[in-house]
Design a protein around this ligand. Structure first.
Ligand SMILES: [Zn+2]
Length: 274
């Protein structure tokens, strides 16, 4: 492994969470030959109106792997039940093992303030695993890390108790179609469960090509929101002209429980701003 390879580990609760929040930056890293791994802490076996259990979990696992293939990264789903994740020692130890095995420069996680309990507990568990990855007697069967990784929160729109405050914003226009392709891979989410859950199942086209363009339109407000919200940061990082042009971006906030993000780290770990 080249020493200048950047290693990024992105956690989410469900198959489609890591790529929804960081699929663009994952594609940018992969294009440059860096290593990204996405991990869903649950197997996604609850979020559906017509199927469930193991058949749903297997479908979600395959869809996640297909999404990872679109982005050029590995995408795994753990076997914890969906809708039932708790911040237990067992799950913390699973996360510690994964972080230690991957040896990431950066870990990305949701924040602990979110509408879904699985999202909140994913954040709790990842925060709980940080630092402990450096403690030799914790999960002693896996060698500990000599250094706590940098940790970043993924964007969300929740305002209480603290609104998301980005430290880094990355323009993703050049890979936006890859991100949509990745999300398009989650058939059981994008075309079945999520439309059902919002009462819009009858709007979903039958034809796969029509579905992809329907999804693109449905996702547009969500995909473009971070660039609009954090335009000043885009200008700060890319300069006035380029910063104004981005339609799509992903935003990240430093989590204080990881290693601090120094100016040198920022330059090395985000090779996108020239
Ligand atoms: Zn989710």
């Amino acid at each position: 492994m080249a020493t200048d390879t950047i290693r990024v580990l992105i956690f989410g609760a469900h198959p489609d969470d890591p790529d929804s929040k960081a699929g663009g930056i994952a594609a940018l890293y992969s294009q440059q030959g860096h290593q990204v791994k996405m991990v869903s802490l649950t197997n996604g076996d609850a979020g559906h109106h017509a199927i469930g259990g193991a058949p749903l979990a297997w479908r979600r696992r395959k869809e996640a792997a297909a999404s990872g293939a679109c982005l050029g990264c590995e995408y795994i789903t753990l076997d914890n039940h969906d809708g039932a994740l708790l911040p237990t020692l067992e799950v913390r130890h699973q996360v510690i093992e994964i972080i230690r095995a991957f040896e990431p420069d950066m870990v990305m996680t949701p924040r602990p303030w979110d509408y879904h309990p699985d999202h909140r507990y994913t954040a709790q568990v990842v925060q709980d695993a940080l630092y402990m990855v450096t403690v030799p007697n914790v999960v002693s069967r896996v060698p500990h890390l000599s250094r706590n990784p940098i940790a970043l929160y993924l964007y969300d729109h929740f305002q209480k108790p603290y609104p998301f405050t980005p430290d880094v914003v990355v323009g993703i226009d050049e890979v936006i179609e890859k991100k949509v392709d990745a999300l398009h891979s989650h058939t059981s989410q994008m075309y079945e469960w999520l439309p059902y859950n919002r009462g819009a199942l009858d709007e979903v086209p039958e034809n796969p090509a029509e579905r992809r363009s329907w999804l693109r339109k449905v996702l547009e407000p969500r995909l473009s929101r971070p660039a609009d919200l954090y335009r000043d940061k885009l200008i700060e990082f890319y300069g006035e002209e380029k910063g104004r042009q981005f339609k799509y971006a992903e935003a990240f906030e430093v989590c204080e429980y990881g290693a601090p993000l120094s100016e040198a780290d920022l330059k090395r770990l985000f090779p996108f701003f020239n």
